[in-house]
Design a protein around this ligand. Structure first.
Ligand SMILES: [Mn+2]
Length: 427
């Protein structure tokens, strides 16, 4: 591990083909291993580093942090890491997630018997701090409510860029991330963790519920293996779901139902949508904590409207004003990568200080991300959050979301004058 003054300790040198083939050739085939060498070399490095740390893990407690609102990829990754740490002798391993915002995720937790703990009140104070499917520092971006820690033992995440994570850690006073696997080039953290779990032979111990959870993580993060899925995502999904029992659980989890309010959110969003050029912004209004993931779902649906490059949903939750962004550079004629810069600009305009969304590094550069600004006290009083608010006519929260939507459109129009090249094909 490299120790030249950086906080994230990432391998200075990855293992070569021979040792990666020895580890993964038998299970994944020589050709697959060779074709995915860079990624599997990282899995191999993680495997060797964890093995070397076995004495530090044995008998210890461990915390596995995720985003505040857990999703299947976070939970699937967490149960894989939990099994690995237990295999290495950890005494107790807790999965820490603040809340769940989608019925599918609540079904997952119940069906697969995943025990969740409060990230603040129920963390093991002397445990090894780990994080999956989100990057340090805790207490920022999608972990705003989580109290920070200064030392991390193991982190695996496919979202943020390592350089951004390094800078954010430095700014927030993180001392060290001992085993850092961030910015992983996979569609889901679960695919990486599944390969790591395979190296540790923990798949059997996970049983059908555990394997189904990991498979669902891959499935949902890649929109049913449609967006950003890499060969490792496909291969791990296929291998995890070979037995009938796992398949049955996965089928059950995929076939979820939503509460009736779900359609109310969507109706508001589509009724009040603002559009300009190939950009669509939908104000959703107030969204209950346990329905929160509908915001991202609406953004996904907006992007599916033909001739849309950027889709944004704006809502108010108990946490603050939240936006979910989806973008696709397919309609941009030249320099498709600028879609990433435009989103960065829009997000920093509406939500200063926010960074770390996920995007595909190759065309069509599909971008996914979200941000949240906490409420001011005056807004909270005005909106009386948490008192059974219902969407409807003369709704001040919906009005606030509509004002945000118009502000985002205005920000784009500003950009048209400041940097006309950047928004060519968008407006
Ligand atoms: Mn993920």
């Amino acid at each position: 591990m490299k120790k030249n003054g950086t906080i994230l300790q990432r391998p200075a040198k990855l293992p070569g083909l021979a040792s990666v083939l020895t580890r993964f050739g038998p299970a994944l085939g020589r050709r697959f291993t060779r074709n995915n060498l860079a990624l599997l070399a990282q899995v191999h490095t993680a495997y060797a580093a964890l093995k070397r740390s076995a004495t530090a893990i044995r008998g210890r407690g461990a915390n596995i942090f995720t985003q505040w609102v857990g999703d299947p990829d976070a939970l699937g990754s967490a149960i894989l890491l939990q099994a690995i740490l237990q295999e290495l002798g950890a005494k107790e391993v807790r999965i820490l997630t603040g809340s769940l915002g989608h019925p599918q995720n609540r079904n997952l937790v119940e069906r697969c018997g995943i025990k969740l703990h409060d990230p603040n009140a129920e963390r093991l104070p002397r445990g090894l701090h780990c994080m999956v499917d989100a990057s340090p520092p805790l207490g920022t971006a999608n972990t705003t409510r989580v109290l920070p820690v200064s030392e991390y033992f193991f982190v695996a995440d496919h979202h943020a860029d390592p350089a951004d994570v390094e800078a954010d850690c430095k700014a927030q006073g993180v001392k060290r991330v001992k085993l850092a696997f961030v910015g992983l080039p996979v569609g889901s953290t679960s695919a990486f963790m599944a390969a790591l779990g395979m190296a540790f032979h923990v798949w059997d111990k996970l049983g059908p519920p555990g394997r189904a959870a990991a498979a669902l993580g891959i499935y949902t993060d890649t929109s049913a293996l449609l967006h950003g899925s890499t060969p490792l995502d496909f291969r791990m999904f296929e291998k995890l779901t070979r037995d009938e029992e796992t398949q049955d659980i996965l089928d059950e989890l995929r076939d979820y139902r939503v509460p009736p309010e779900w359609q109310g959110y969507r109706a508001a969003a589509f009724q009040h949508m603002e559009a300009t050029g190939s950009v669509r912004v939908a104000p959703v209004g107030y969204v209950r904590e346990d329905h929160r993931d509908v915001i991202a779902e609406i953004a996904n649906e907006l992007l599916r409207i033909e001739a849309t490059s950027i889709a944004i949903a704006v809502a108010v939750t108990e946490r603050g004003t939240e936006v979910s962004i989806r973008a696709d550079s397919r309609l941009l004629g030249f320099d498709r990568e600028r879609i990433v810069r435009v989103i960065d600009y829009l997000l920093s305009y509406a939500f200063p200080g926010v960074s770390g969304f996920k995007y595909e590094r190759r065309p069509p550069h599909r971008v996914e991300g979200g941000a949240c600004v906490p409420h001011r006290e005056a807004e909270e009083r005005l909106w009386r959050l948490g008192t059974g608010h219902k969407p409807g006519g003369g709704d001040p929260i919906l009005d606030h979301c509509r004002a945000c939507a118009r502000a985002l459109i205005a920000a784009l129009q500003d950009l048209k004058f400041a940097k006309p090249d950047e928004i060519q094909g968008l407006l």
